[in-house]
Ligand binder design. Structure first.
Ligand SMILES: Cc1cc2nc3c(=O)[nH]c(=O)nc-3n(C[C@H](O)[C@H](O)[C@H](O)COP(=O)(O)OP(=O)(O)OC[C@H]3O[C@@H](n4cnc5c(N)ncnc54)[C@H](O)[C@@H]3O)c2cc1C
Length: 367
């Protein structure tokens, strides 16, 4: 909820439409609703993590930064599960190799560090293998022979659930979205551009992870910046007054409409994924607009399409490749890197221009 440009609390609307909305007034709101990786069809993230937090803040007017930087984990298990389970990178650290369907390693040709190259490089090589009709696999047989099953119990159990024995067969893998470096632009105290709104965790973009998070820094950042935000809120507001317990009896919210969400995730994977180009990103923006127009009364979905729009628009505007953002039409980094702040209003203006210019591939296109 906003008044005079300030966030003044959170408005809750009964999902079944029965009863009036309730505003929980608050001098400070701390948003910690996670990232946006679940906006993609193949992801390691649970279904709740689909960019709703950043989308909510963007719709309230907060600026979003680094939206184009979506990290792909190179070795999710390609077993048709949603979310896709992970094959830990520790395996490659122990000597597991990436092989094609014929059993040949493909990483030595892609990077001098082969399987130990940075996440984005390995993700692109696995993606290229898969896109070209291959079957990329992680061969951990020698690692299991040397270290035994007990060294990787989680992976062993996950593989067993999907009928794979990693000690005796290579594991089919695919890149999966894993972490969003972008999010609500915040300062070192977790303050967003909207007075009254603090953001922490993956929903925020402090800039700490640059264009390509290093593994294991996500939780650390979430914990440290949550503390900074809490300290800043306490310092800004002083001691909190005693507040009574809020008892709300709302019916459980209906999940967002399944078909548009599934379509949105396919659009993001197909056109704003591991390898991007202008044509694909323009198609993504036009398709997001079409899906949004077709589901007008779905606030959770509107939060998702807001974040999807910001990701695709930022990716289109970044005419270079850097970190997790790779443009086939601009494959090199620019001489100077610069972060991009974008409001939803700006991203929607770009999207509208593209919708006017683009002939949507679908027959029910709104133009
Ligand atoms: C499989 C996997 C493995 C990972 N491994 C590591 C690791 O080893 N080390 C590391 O540092 N990081 C790891 N990460 C990343 C790390 O887990 C996340 O970055 C971190 O959990 C983000 O914390 P958060 O509190 O910001 O959000 P989350 O932990 O994602 O929590 C967000 C919460 O908000 C809720 N929420 C979202 N939208 C709404 C809504 N609209 N209404 C109400 N509630 C909502 C969600 O249900 C959830 O409870 C991993 C991520 C995954 C998916």
């Amino acid at each position: 909820a906003r008044r005079a440009g300030r966030v003044i609390g959170v408005t809750l609307r009964p999902a079944d439409g029965a009863g009036a909305p309730v505003t929980l007034a608050a001098p400070a709101v701390l948003l910690a609703g996670g990232g946006a990786a679940g906006l993609y069809a193949v992801t390691t993230n649970p279904p709740r993590i689909r960019g709703e937090a950043a989308g909510m803040a963007a719709r309230a007017g907060a600026a979003i930064v680094d939206a184009e930087f979506v990290q792909f984990h190179p070795t999710a298990l390609d077993v048709g599960a949603d979310p896709a389970p992970l094959a830990t990178e520790a395996l490659r650290g122990e000597g597991a190799t990436l092989i094609d369907a014929a059993g040949a390693r493909f990483m030595p040709a892609a990077h001098p560090d082969a399987e130990l190259a940075p996440r984005d490089v390995v993700a692109r090589a696995v993606f290229a293998e898969w896109r070209d009709g291959g079957r990329p696999m992680l061969d951990a047989r020698a690692v299991f022979a040397r270290r035994g099953r007990a060294a990787f119990p989680a992976l062993d159990a996950t593989c067993a659930r999907h009928g794979i024995d990693p000690a005796h067969a290579p594991i089919p893998v695919a890149p999966a979205t894993h972490y969003h470096m972008g999010g609500v632009a915040t300062d070192a105290a977790g303050r967003s551009g909207l007075p009254g709104l603090w953001v922490c965790g993956e929903a925020a973009a402090t800039g700490l992870h640059g264009a390509n998070r290093l593994a294991s820094n996500g939780l650390l950042e979430a914990l440290v910046f949550a503390r900074f935000a809490a300290d800043d809120i306490a310092a800004t507001l002083g001691p909190a007054p005693e507040a009574g317990e809020v008892a709300l009896r709302f019916a459980p919210a209906a999940p967002p409409p399944a078909a548009p969400v599934a379509a949105l995730r396919q659009v993001m994977s197909a056109h704003a994924g591991v390898v991007r180009d202008a044509e694909g990103l323009r198609t993504a923006l036009a398709e997001i607009a079409r899906l949004e127009a077709a589901a007008p009364d779905a606030p959770a979905f509107a939060n998702m399409t807001a974040t999807a729009t910001l990701i695709a628009a930022s990716a289109l505007l970044r005419r270079e490749s850097r970190g997790a953002h790779y443009r086939a039409d601009f494959p090199r980094p620019a001489a100077r890197g610069a972060r991009r702040w974008l409001t939803l209003t700006e991203a929607l203006a770009l999207r509208s221009e593209i919708v006017k210019e683009t002939r949507c591939p679908s027959p029910d296109c709104p133009i």
